[in-house]
Design a protein around this ligand. Structure first.
Ligand code: UDP
Length: 235
């Protein structure tokens, strides 16, 4: 296997499937199946999930609500998704732990790095909920931060597109996909990989990011086995 410990980042929106809002149970179950496949190979899996299918801080601002208040609501949204994913993974027979960056001890462990690493070593899937616990950040930043902290080999950013393109493939038919690109080139070409905070964290700490299509069955396993899937961004 190419990687031993990975951090999988899923967006909240990816959980919507064909729905307009919330969580599609079929999609959740499909993701759980994919994740189980790589766990069965002995890969240590940590997951960060977004909350955009339920709430985003910027939405609150548009409605006249204080941004910080909205961001905390967004972090709570990630907990709802994390709990849903936790249940789906357990339904497939995986052992899981949910750790929250905001204390809510009735439903999740607090985030404790050493404990998270121990869970991973014991083969449990660890889900990091509530983002970084701080407003003005995103779950991409949370994913980068946690991945660095637990010394993951790579961040796998599951999206609905199969990698990073020279231009938006939906608008420009001549756009081509990169198999790999350096952080520096991605930055100088203005390509969107993750938000700048997350991107910089990864670049400065030499943590590669692979952007790939999570909705294509088998992709996750292929990636882990070292097959060329998606786009890898590295130094
Ligand atoms: N959020 C935050 N701090 C964090 C992570 C998330 O304030 O460390 C809030 C922010 O309002 C964000 C929302 O939670 O809009 C949902 O997260 P995100 O937008 O990253 O979810 P995704 O786009 O991946 O679904």
């Amino acid at each position: 296997m190419k990687y031993k410990r990975i951090l999988l980042k899923l967006s909240g929106e990816s959980l919507m499937g064909n729905k307009q809002f919330g969580i599609d149970n079929n999609r959740l179950s499909d993701y759980a199946t994919e994740i189980k496949e790589i766990c069965d190979l002995g890969i240590e899996v940590a997951i960060v999930i977004g909350g955009g299918n339920i709430f985003r801080g910027v939405q609150a601002e548009e409605g006249g609500m204080d941004r910080t208040h909205g961001d905390y609501m967004g972090m709570l949204a990630t907990m709802i998704n994390s709990m849903a994913l936790q249940a789906a993974l357990e339904a497939k027979g995986l052992e899981t732990r949910l750790q929250s960056a905001i204390e809510m001890k009735e439903i999740a462990e607090p985030y404790i790095r050493r404990r998270a690493v121990r869970h991973l070593e014991r083969g449990r899937v660890v889900i990091f909920g509530a983002g970084t616990g701080n407003p003005y950040f995103t779950t991409d930043s949370a994913a980068s931060l946690r991945a660095i902290e637990i010394e993951a080999d790579v961040i796998l950013k599951g999206t609905r597109v199969d990698g990073i393109y020279t231009a938006d493939p939906e608008k420009d038919p001549t756009a081509t996909k990169y198999d790999e690109i350096t952080f520096e080139d991605a930055y100088s070409k203005g390509l969107k990989v993750m938000d700048m905070t997350a991107f910089t964290l990864c670049m400065e700490n030499d943590l590669p990011i692979i952007v790939f299509d999570m909705d294509t069955v088998g992709n996750l396993k292929k990636l882990i086995s070292g097959e060329k899937v998606g786009t890898i961004v590295r130094n």
